[in-house]
Design a protein around this ligand. Structure first.
Ligand code: GLY
Ligand code: MN
Ligand code: MN
Length: 351
């Protein structure tokens, strides 16, 4: 089987791109194994260069295999220019979703004889399909997530603030073998849960509160992402009804996941169900997102995505209903598309 880089090169050849400048950190890591920062790749059809500065020289040599490590002497752009000239690069691809406008202009100015070609999604498309090693790391991340959730459940009681709970979880993740949380932990109680991406506040948990927890764990670069809503005492009947609707939307969309199905159909199953129950106006975001080296990556599980599901894709399913001033319910799971259907990686965790 072709290596990851060989598969990138197939596309470069097709697009007549002589060299490709890879700047996005997750893509650098995916192709080289390098887990640090401030590094880029410069790959041609035959050669592979890893460019960084002296701070990361040691780590680059330790992490990467098959690359010639170049340490920047003056500026990054000049290092790229020297390589492009030495290798007679006529068309140089760059990651147009990553480079800033200023960086792009500098590149164009420094390489007047070279055509600078915008490239997008080549590596992101490869990253959509996880291999066995990636799935193993995602599973490890989910297992720490699972333990963190149990910890959260035992801690959750009136009097603690949202921030207390988030801080304790952050510590627990690190003490349990995770690198860190995948994103700022969301602990949102009462009406705060109506903010889809709430920040933990100093609000104290009250008896009869509902508390939304959205948590992920990073494990050797790979992420997880899960949301559950907990109830401390009595649940008001309207909230209970909405919880049931969101849970059913989650179940129905997951049931439809299998290779060959177009993504927008999965989104519509959950959205259509919530709409029919009268809460369509309160579910604004996409149903989910791919997850791996980044928390949000391709494919987006949205009503506009006509991509066909394939085995090895890993993504979230997170239908929700947010009622401003009252509260929100989101039930988020992670699924792995298998040959015949899908496996819910986060199943059985407080659902
Ligand atoms: N935790 C971010 C998200 O669910 O997308
Ligand atoms: Mn998510
Ligand atoms: Mn989440």
């Amino acid at each position: 089987m072709r290596s990851r880089i060989e598969r990138v090169i197939v596309t470069l050849v097709k697009e007549r791109i002589d060299a490709f400048l890879i700047t996005k950190a997750a893509n650098v890591r995916y192709l080289s194994g390098y887990s640090g920062e401030d590094a880029i790749l410069f790959i041609t059809h035959k050669r592979r260069f890893f460019i960084t500065d002296s701070r990361y020289a040691l780590q680059a040599r330790k992490d990467t295999k098959g690359f010639t490590v170049k340490i920047i002497k003056s500026t990054l752009t000049e290092t790229v220019r020297d390589l492009a000239r030495a290798l007679k690069v006529r068309r140089l691809g760059f990651e147009c979703n990553d480079l800033t406008h200023a960086q792009h202009e500098r590149l164009v100015r420094t390489l007047p004889g070279t055509e600078i070609v915008p490239v997008s999604d080549i590596i992101e498309k490869l990253r959509q399909i996880k291999d066995a090693g990636e799935i193993r790391l995602i599973r490890r991340s989910v297992s720490i997530l699972e333990r963190s959730l149990i910890r959260f459940k035992t801690m959750l009681m009136p009097g603690l603030t949202e921030r207390d709970l988030a801080a304790e979880l952050e510590h627990f993740i690190k003490a349990s073998g995770g690198e860190k949380s995948s994103f700022d932990i969301i602990v949102a109680s009462g009406s705060n849960s109506a903010f889809p991406h709430a920040r933990p506040t100093n609000r104290r948990i009250k008896s009869n509160d509902m508390v939304l927890l959205d948590l992920g764990v990073e494990c050797e670069g790979y992420n997880s992402d899960l949301t559950r809503v907990f109830f401390l005492g009595k649940i008001n009947p309207r909230t209970k009804k909405i919880y049931g609707i969101v849970k059913e939307a989650n179940r129905r969309s997951i049931k439809a996941i299998r290779p060959g199905v177009e993504i927008f159909k999965i989104d519509e199953i959950a959205r259509g169900f919530i709409r029919k129950r009268g809460f369509g106006a309160y579910f604004g975001h996409a149903l989910g997102h791919g997850i791996g080296l980044e928390v949000h990556e391709s494919p987006s599980i949205s009503g506009r995505n006509h991509t066909v599901l394939k085995p090895g894709m890993v993504f979230t399913i997170e239908p929700a209903v947010y009622l401003p001033g009252r509260g929100g319910i989101r039930i988020e799971d992670m699924v792995l598309v298998t040959k015949k259907g899908c496996e819910v990686l986060t199943d059985g965790i407080y659902k």
